[in-house]
Ligand binder design. Sequence first.
Ligand SMILES: [Zn+2]
Length: 285
Amino acid sequence: MRFYPTTYTCTIAMPELPEVETIANGVHQRTHGQTILAVWTSNKPQTFKSPPAQIAEVLTQSRIDRVHRVGKTIVLDLTHGQRPAQFLVHLGMTGRLLVSTPETPHPPHTHAILTLDGGPDGIKELRFVDPRRFGRLSVTEAEYTGPGREPLTISIEDFIALFRKRKTPIKAALLNQSLLHGVGNIYADEALFHAKIRPTRHAGRLTHDELTRLRAALIKVLKAAIKLGGSSVSDYVDAEGVAGFFQLHHHVYSRTGEPCRVCKTPIKRIVLAGRSTHYCPSCQK
Ligand SMILES: [Zn+2]
């Protein structure tokens, strides 16, 4: 399996697991160990899943211990007084988390600003910017575990058990966030291609071998994308950030009618579970 980095030119795709992990890692590197001195919020009702006053109360004077990813959610582990708490950031379609100096002008559609003590580098701001407002901010004192299982760490036995007796097409099952969380349209199509499985196959009828291949392919495409994102992490979290996300050199996703990179058969597009689905009719059985 080979991957080639290309520039992303279209901004309609939602960030999936690799993009969210890249951003979480970048924010972690720039903010962990720092204390939140002050909080400003726009108070737009769509954005705030917890009341803004509660978010400000929990975040102010909390220390950021770790920033990581759970599913497609960025989780900031906090120490709030003596108690643990978490700040949850879901980017939605267009949400961005930016680490800026206070002098950097605020981008339009800024909905939250966390002023950080910044350590030796001086005061910094962690900003949440979201033009379309599908992103969500909340705080919790319970540990957030996400809606489903982690695709990168699930065991082969548990992976196979997830799809047992499922009558839905495997593509729909992969997108079901209560089974595996973090997998979206792009990586579902790509993983099914590399596993040589047609997206319309009933999940419950896949063999042990096919599911073993699918898990391996999914982990491989997700890890390759995380690796690609890691090299350009500053493009996503520093200062203004960028509008779109990195993409791998796709094999099937968004390549309708183009020749399969393995067998030259034109890639086919169908709509499955309401989503564009791309596959090679020859390679994928
Ligand atoms: Zn093919």
